[in-house]
Design a protein around this ligand. Structure first.
Ligand code: ASP
Length: 433
């Protein structure tokens, strides 16, 4: 296959074309054309991905569990998954705290820029505060209660309920293993066929991925540029060191933590892993949503990296909901950046509180665009940094959201490889011979 026909290049070309189209539409003043005629293509593309996510998780997880033939394997896999997810998150936050303390981007933010940012984004942060207050009002163990759905149909009618969907698929799979084979055969055959159908639909959706990505990026750029490109460039320049510190942290995290994971227990070279997962990273970058990218992440991890279905269909949906390495790292950097900018020195114990709260906040962050900044409120409140400080970083949040989402997805995929390898469930994949 010529290089430009591979999915990774197709998506990348869509991304670059979208970027150029977005810039041209601002310069030539046809933003409303882009918003009215181009943006809907991106929305349709994201909706199609969302549409297949729940059937894909249900069918592939049920089929995967019935293939496992042994429930103890499932609980062992669950324990490992959660344990490694927690560990990588804590490493991510530690790396975030290290880079932000070393480079201190908040200290170089000019005072006038700080005051101007406070003023212009003041109103935008009320929504974030309300949403975070709602989360804080809940019982701290509510998130465990929420895993168990009170109604089957209600839970499968909302993609935000991914953990409930995983829970149901697991108990249906377990029950199917415990009834006579002549009865289970019919249902397993049904889910097996449904699984194949959904996988085929994902392949079809990927054919329009370059156009979807083009439209998504074009509309993000016109949104960002607004009516005043000069002001946007000024904003980007003012927050450049903050943005670069977040991005440097993300790159460090990927190259230190995931590479060490693979050395320790992955049975895979980092370079091969990246080759296999690249299209999902690009899609995560373009959609800013781990949940919307989930169907492609599952596809790549199984087909190209050789992770068996029973591992991928459990580890990845759980990861898309609770494992956000990129988000937790960003939350740590953002909290300290805001503190530096408003002249608060955070002590070591306060920074340890950031490790704890950013871990919890990233678990509570939904895999959708902009969710990370809402949960940042909780981290800020825990260390008594004024929540209004979010105004300082709001203007560049979308760009950083794209970067952290790509890392969130990479983290989920890396853990699926490690769990599969440790369980003897890492087979042959195109990039894993
Ligand atoms: N957009 C991120 C994700 O979907 C969450 C965040 O806002 O950090 O993974």
């Amino acid at each position: 296959m010529p290089w430009y026909k591979t999915l990774h290049w197709q998506i990348l070309l869509g991304l670059i074309a979208g970027l150029l189209f977005g810039i041209i539409s601002i310069l030539a003043g046809f933003q409303s054309f882009t918003e009215i005629f181009v943006a809907p293509v991106g929305t349709i593309f994201i909706r199609m991905l969302q549409l297949v996510a729940i059937p894909l998780v249900i069918a592939s997880l049920i089929v995967g569990i019935t293939n496992l033939n042994d429930i103890t394997k499932l609980s062992r896999m669950g324990g490992k998954t959660i344990g490694i997810y927690m560990m990588t998150t804590v490493f991510a936050i530690t790396i975030g705290l290290t880079v932000v303390n070393v480079f201190q981007p908040g200290k170089v933010l000019p005072e006038e820029t700080r005051d101007a940012l406070f003023l212009s984004y003041k109103e935008n942060i009320e929504g974030q505060e309300d949403a975070a207050a709602e989360v804080l009002d809940r019982n701290p163990l509510q998130f465990i209660v929420d895993i168990v759905p009170p109604n089957f149909f209600a839970s499968i009618s909302d993609n935000a309920n991914m953990l409930q969907v995983v829970f149901m698929a697991v108990i249906i799979g377990i029950a199917l293993m415990r009834i006579p084979e002549d009865k289970s055969r019919l249902l397993i055959g049904f889910f097996d066929a449904l699984n194949d159908v959904v996988i085929k639909i994902v392949e079809l959706i990927m054919k329009i991925a370059p156009y979807g990505v083009f439209a998504l990026i074009a509309s993000v750029i016109t949104d960002l540029g607004g009516d005043d490109l000069g002001a946007t460039i000024e904003l980007l320049r003012a927050l450049l060191s903050y943005g670069l510190v977040v991005i440097a942290g993300l790159i460090l995290h990927m190259s230190i933590v995931y590479t060490s994971l693979f050395k320790w227990y992955g049975n895979m070279k980092m370079i091969n892993f990246l080759k296999g997962i690249r299209p999902a990273q690009l899609l995560g970058f373009s959609t800013s949503s781990s949940l919307a990218t989930l169907p492609l992440t599952m596809n790549r991890v199984e087909k190209k990296l050789g992770v068996h279905e029973e591992v991928a269909s459990f580890v990845l949906p759980v990861g898309a909901t609770i494992n956000m390495d990129g988000t937790s790292l960003y939350q740590a950097v953002a909290a300290v950046f805001i503190a530096q900018a408003v002249g608060i020195d955070l002590s070591l114990s306060q920074q340890l509180i950031i490790v704890l709260t950013a871990t919890l906040a990233s678990i509570g962050t939904a895999g959708v665009p902009g969710a990370g900044i809402i949960m940042l409120v909780i981290v800020l409140q825990a260390v008594e940094v004024p929540v209004e400080g979010i105004a300082l970083i709001l203007g560049v949040d979308r760009i950083l959201d794209m970067c952290r989402t790509a890392v969130n997805i990479t983290g989920d995929a890396a853990v699926s490889v490690v769990v599969a390898s440790s369980e003897g469930k890492l087979g042959e994949g195109a990039y894993n011979e």
